[in-house]
Design a protein around this ligand. Structure first.
Ligand code: T4K
Length: 430
């Protein structure tokens, strides 16, 4: 499968000066290389290169399905494409029930409510804000646990001390598709009488302990947002093996209706539309190709960044299935010639819109920062690690030339760290 390259500007096609870069001795460069935009050179990319560019795959099948939807005159409310999508997802994951939802944030809210989570729920601080907001929106207090710096996932050893008489549950997050320590979390939860569910927004098609993520805890929530590995424009799903829970969730996401004119449960509108389901089905049909592209991109980044002191890509466990959707780079400020923020500024100047996901941690965002201004004392690893992480562009919209150029930019910047720092002093912050 061929994917179009983003537009490289003429400067990037020429590459840098061509001299060899000794990235282990970054202070040795004498003159700024003119090709870095931070030094006034032309941007490497004429168009922004985004993190989270949607995978637009299987276009013809999707458009056929859209025509079918229009012919059907059935646009939403549990239509045939939604039903097919749910069957396909459940079968792909090996779970009994999949309830598609309009997005993962609403899916989290519905799951939290269906599980009767109340009072306080323990979540990692290092996650997308939706995990915390889904609780707060329902007046359940998110209590933030620290990360394990080796995995960036919630550290189960930090959970016990956060449990109070008001604690009702734990939401683990499989950050960047890498499973959190479900065994430790669930053992602790069983001992303390807590309910466990997972935010698996990043983890579609990833496995853990040899089985597809989707059947851990009471239920798991996926996101099919445009920026996700499998996208349905907007979308999400709750998956579970629990029949009663699935029935309750189905009611809750359709106003509590059971048949016409008969409301038997409180509910909201969490329904997925037909056109979203059609996109999801079409994307699922070619999922292996998307993974292959992501994996190839990951390998290329890994090779391209090899040997750059202080920079390391997160590893994916090759004994498990991975979707390789996130190219996550840790920049160690103690050993890298430039820190994360400076590298991000260099990349942005080149039109590479790298992201700092999930800096600075939910506890440093509102309303949580105001509710508990001292939370950082309990979150030393989140405080230490979140300023190190940068996420780079990948997916089917990014080609080999772009990745090669991004790696060149970083090599070149590290090689000229002193000059980069002084050039950045006069630039606005990212
Ligand atoms: N839990 C976790 C752990 C999550 O990561 C997320 C979402 C959720 C729950 C909630 O899932 P949803 O309710 O969204 O289904 C983006 C996504 O909007 C969000 O879904 C995702 N996580 C998060 C990690 O990334 P922002 O605020 O960074 O979005 P934004 O507008 O800056 O877009 C991200 C990048 O994608 C930009 O560089 C532009 C590019 N983009 C975006 C869209 C929508 C495109 O190139 N094309 C597009 O159509 O949150």
């Amino acid at each position: 499968m061929m994917f179009p390259s983003a537009q490289l500007s003429s400067a990037s096609q020429h590459g840098h000066s061509g001299r060899s870069i000794n990235i282990m001795q970054p202070e040795q460069a004498i003159h700024p290389l003119p090709t870095l935009a931070i030094f006034g050179g032309k941007k490497s990319f004429s168009q922004p290169l985004h993190v989270g560019r949607p995978n637009i795959v299987n276009r013809d099948r999707f458009l056929q399905r859209v025509n079918q939807i229009l012919d059907n005159r059935w646009l939403t409310n549990n239509g045939p494409f939604v039903q097919e999508f749910e069957r396909n997802i459940a079968s792909f994951l090996g779970v009994k029930h999949c309830i598609s939802i309009c997005n993962a944030t609403i899916a989290l809210e519905i799951a939290i409510r269906a599980l009767s989570l109340k009072g306080e729920v323990i979540v990692p601080s290092y996650t997308f804000i939706a995990t915390a907001h889904a609780l707060q929106w329902q007046e359940v207090t998110p209590v933030f646990a620290d990360m394990d710096p080796r995995t960036y996932n919630i550290n189960p050893d930090t959970i016990d001390e956060l449990i109070t008489p008001r604690t009702s549950g734990i939401i683990g997050v499989h950050l960047w598709g890498r499973a959190c320590d479900t065994a430790a979390i669930e053992t602790l939860a069983a001992r303390r009488g807590l309910t466990v569910m997972y935010d698996a927004s990043h983890a579609f098609s990833c496995s853990h302990l040899g089985r597809k993520i989707g059947s851990f805890g009471a239920c798991e929530v996926f996101s099919f947002h445009a920026t996700k590995f499998l996208n349905s424009f907007e979308g999400g799903a709750i998956v579970t093996n629990n029949d009663n829970l699935a029935e309750k969730i189905r009611l809750m996401c359709n106003f509590g209706f059971k048949g016409y004119d008969n409301v038997i449960h409180p509910g909201t509108n969490g329904k997925m539309t037909e056109v979203c389901a059609a996109m999801g089905i079409s994307s699922l049909e070619v999922i292996d190709e998307t993974i292959a592209v992501n994996q190839q991109n990951y390998r290329q980044y890994k090779n391209g960044l090899y040997g750059m002191k202080g920079l390391s890509l997160i590893e994916y466990d090759t004994a498990e299935s991975n979707n390789y959707q996130y190219i996550v780079l840790e920049v160690d400020p103690n050993t890298a010639a430039l820190n994360r923020d400076d590298l991000v500024k260099v990349l942005h100047a080149e039109n590479v819109l790298a992201r700092k996901y999930f800096w600075p941690g939910c506890h440093n965002m509102e309303p949580y920062r105001s509710y508990n201004p001292h939370a950082h004392f309990l979150l030393p690893q989140t405080e230490r690690m979140s300023p190190r992480i940068v996420v780079l562009p990948t997916g089917t919209a990014v080609g080999c030339d772009e990745i090669a150029r991004i790696c060149e930019i970083m090599k070149s910047a590290l090689d000229q760290a002193c000059q980069v720092r002084s050039a950045l002093e006069n630039r606005p912050t990212v």
